[in-house]
Design a binder for this molecule. Structure first.
Ligand SMILES: [Ca+2]
Length: 290
């Protein structure tokens, strides 16, 4: 699993190095934000706030967290983790104004009908490659399409399914980045849900705070975030466990996990006892847990 997350981080790094993306859309990539570009904006580490780092830390057994922030006990972890660059999304369509004059991948105001497919060779219970369909809606709105550092809003709602819907799961999110005097305020909510054995599962990750970029000309490459977050696990729609986070991280899209300084403190209770763990970053993608 770590290899797959590493590949995702590497993709983000390559995208950052290349500017936006190599995808084209009927030869008009320079002025229109494609569905793939829109999805990629939401995959880039810094534009996801601390979410990618926190998800990755939660998969690290050292923390002793009561549950994973991603659906580790489902058949869908690999599916959710596969970056859009690995999918065929050519059947996607767009409505509204997909103009992207500043080239940041965020349309003026557009709604994407997302239709993607990808073959997975190692899904549980299947020896053969299974084609998974990803479908749904992504709404993107640039705060100012004349300024790539202006901030944006995004809202996504996706279903992942295979075998004609016999297996299905969903991921939805809302994101906002609002420019301030020193950088940005941001708010993110994520919800992953799926069913297995007649039980419905869901994980909600809500977080927000402030972000101060190192370089205002390239705001989403690296910078400091301060945020508070809550992750809650649901069984049959009843909240059963939660973890709170205090985050003071220097995010760096070139690292894996995408941070190189600062701390994340996780707190939770179980059986009447309180637990706290702090991950301290000591270098690019390197951290210790106490
Ligand atoms: Ca734009």
């Amino acid at each position: 699993m770590m290899k797959k997350l590493s590949a995702l981080a590497l993709l983000a790094l390559l995208l950052a190095a290349c500017g936006t993306t190599t995808e084209s859309n009927e030869g008009s990539a320079s002025t229109q934000a494609t569905a793939v570009e829109a999805l990629q904006v939401n995959e880039q580490p810094v534009q996801s706030g601390g979410e990618g780092v926190e998800n990755q830390l939660s998969l690290d057994g050292e923390l002793g967290l009561p549950f994973g922030f991603l659906p580790t006990d489902s058949d869908f972890l690999d599916v959710f983790s596969a970056p859009v660059s690995k999918w065929d999304c050519s059947a996607s369509t767009v409505s509204g104004d997909a103009t992207d004059a500043d080239g940041d991948g965020v349309a003026v105001s557009a709604t994407y009908n997302i239709q993607c497919t990808k073959g997975f060779a190692n899904l549980p219970f299947f020896d053969d490659v299974v084609t998974v369909e990803r479908s749904g809606t992504l709404v993107m709105q640039d705060a100012d399409d004349g300024d790539p550092a202006s901030g944006y809003r995004a809202s996504g709602d996706f279903t992942y399914s295979y075998l004609d819907g016999t297996f299905s799961a969903s991921h939805s999110y809302d994101r906002s980045w609002t420019r301030t005097a020193s950088g940005y305020d941001y708010d993110h909510t994520n919800r992953w849900s799926w069913e297995a054995g007649g039980v419905s599962y869901a994980i909600e990750h809500t977080h927000g705070g402030s972000y101060t970029p190192d370089d205002t000309d390239h705001p989403f490459d690296a910078g400091w975030i301060q945020e508070n977050a809550t992750v809650t696990q649901y069984l049959n729609e009843e909240a059963v466990q939660s973890v709170t986070e205090e985050v003071n991280l220097h995010l760096n899209a070139a690292c894996d996990p995408a941070a190189d300084d600062g701390t994340v403190t996780f707190s939770w209770s179980a059986d009447g006892l309180e637990y706290t763990k702090t991950a301290t970053f000591t270098g690019c993608g390197e951290y210790d847990v106490q």
